[in-house]
Write a protein that binds this ligand. Structure first.
Ligand SMILES: Cc1ncc(COP(=O)(O)O)c(C=O)c1O
Length: 469
């Protein structure tokens, strides 16, 4: 690879880039603030900075890189497409690459859903596919509102933001859409203060009764939108029985069910699609991130009876990214053909067990949860007062110190959750056993270090040490 940024190992080059980025780019920069590094090459789950330091990447492009960085199968698909002379940008015209991607995607979906599915190619971000799904169901039902959940994250465009739960990103803007917020079951910080399965039962009962209450204030909605595992909300899996209850409740009332699989799809949770854990058949699935094999791609797939759109009802310039379709088809097939779904389940369970086992020694670990290789570690203040379910107060400041300490140890881990106190692990499905152990060694060491000697972590944000990965 030719570097235009200068010589690897020359830290000042990276420093200059970071400085220019700070000056030229917007105040809304996010990951660039948490990880002041300048990646120059990457392979699998290893990222190398301009200063030559190497990191194990558990962010994976916010869950996009199912096969890690620059997987040979993905690179081969991209090279083959480039060498073929195929047009790279084609709006939504028919191409062999799109045809092949559609075949691979439909083959990966639950068969009963795929059998009667239509696919719409959207602008290349998850948020546009969420918009498309909401519009589709508004068109089909003639209704406006949506049912959405506490802790939900669906994107940053107006409609997607309206169904998102995070108040900090919604508050400064005019409120959009008619959204009824429902309690998402969260065993550790139960919205009903009871926890466990009982919390999920109450959530289902509340939802049902609210919708049936003539004075409940809820107009018949166009759709319910839900994540099978909330990602940004703090890695909170929906219990399977609860998701089945949502399917029953919506079906009985003629409310289309949209499942947002932007982050959970393509094997991430130990099933090809997270809905498969519960056996729920949604009316629409919103897909992005990993389906593009590391390039931008987003679709909504839905049961054909909802296909009441007129031509051009949801359009956009960048809906025909040939390279993304080639890379995405290769990724979908590789994940299915190489047992990576089962592998995500096995390695994820092993990592969760080791993290859980560390709780006795590290009382700042309040909760370990997740599914497959979508794991969350909620950090708490052990000296705080527990709530009615025994949950201790979240400790977002400790979480920031741990993230810095991880970076100093050569590990990229991002935060999330209601209070930004959840360490989120999204390694590639190709993670080896040795890498999984290395991730946990570094993570647990970072937690211990940050929890017991906060001042000793130093400012890793400005001087990451980085380990050979
Ligand atoms: C569940 C879910 N839906 C939608 C989105 C929005 O996707 P994008 O950032 O590509 O717009 C995200 C992004 O993280 C997500 O996690």
């Amino acid at each position: 690879m030719t570097l235009t940024v200068g010589t690897v190992g020359a830290a000042p080059v990276g420093d200059a880039i970071l400085r220019r980025q700070r000056i030229r780019e917007s105040a809304a920069r996010t990951y660039a603030r948490s990880f002041p590094i300048v990646p120059v090459r990457a392979n699998g789950m290893t990222v190398e900075g301009a200063d030559g330091r190497r990191y194990l990447d558990c962010l994976s492009g916010a869950g996009t890189l199912a096969l890690g960085h620059n997987h040979p199968v993905v690179l081969e698909a991209i090279r083959r497409t480039l060498d073929s002379g195929a047009p790279l940008h084609l709006l939504d015209l028919a191409t062999a690459e799109k045809d092949d991607f559609t075949t691979a995607l439909l083959a990966s979906l639950p068969p009963a859903f795929a059998a009667n599915a239509r696919i719409h190619f959207c602008g290349p971000a998850g948020t546009d596919a969420v918009e498309a799904a909401l519009k589709l169901m508004q068109t089909a039902t003639g209704r406006r509102g949506a049912l959405a959940f506490t802790g939900a994250y669906h994107g940053m465009t107006a409609g997607a933001l309206a169904v998102t739960g995070n108040v900090a990103v919604k508050e400064p803007l005019p409120s959009g859409g008619e959204v009824t917020r429902l309690p998402f079951p969260y065993a550790y910080r139960c919205p009903f203060g009871v926890g466990g399965e009982r919390g999920a039962e109450l959530s289902a009962a509340y939802t049902e009764r609210l919708l049936d209450d003539p004075s409940g204030g809820v107009l018949p909605p166009a759709a319910m939108i839900v994540e099978a595992v909330q990602g940004e909300g703090g890695v909170v899996p929906a219990p399977d029985g609860w998701l089945r209850a949502m399917r029953r409740i919506t079906a009985e009332r003629g409310i289309p069910l949209i499942v947002d699989e932007v982050q959970t799809g393509v094997g991430r949770t130990g099933a090809m699609w997270a809905v498969e854990h519960s056996g729920v058949m949604p009316d629409a699935m919103v897909l992005s991130k990993a389906i593009g094999g590391s390039l931008p791609l987003a679709v909504v797939v839905y049961r054909e009876e909802y296909d009441g759109w007129r031509p051009g009802a949801h359009t956009g310039t960048f809906r025909g990214n040939t390279l993304a379709m080639a890379a995405g088809a290769a990724t979908l097939r590789f994940v299915a053909d190489h047992g990576l779904v089962a592998r995500a389940a096995t390695v994820g369970a092993r990592m969760a067990a080791r993290l859980d086992g560390a709780r006795g020694r590290l009382p700042v670990i309040g909760d370990v949860r997740g599914r497959g290789l979508m794991l969350g570690v909620e950090l708490v203040d052990p000296a705080g007062t527990p709530d009615s379910c025994g949950a201790l107060p979240p400790d977002p400041r400790l979480a920031v110190r741990v993230r810095e300490a991880c970076l100093a140890r050569g590990l990229i881990v991002e935060l999330g959750g209601r209070h930004d106190a959840v360490l989120r692990l999204l390694p590639p499905l190709t993670i080896t056993d040795e890498q999984a152990e290395a991730v946990l060694d570094r993570l647990l060491d970072a937690i211990e270090n940050a929890a017991t000697a906060p001042s000793a972590t130093g400012s890793a944000a400005t001087a990451p040490a980085g380990n050979p990965a």
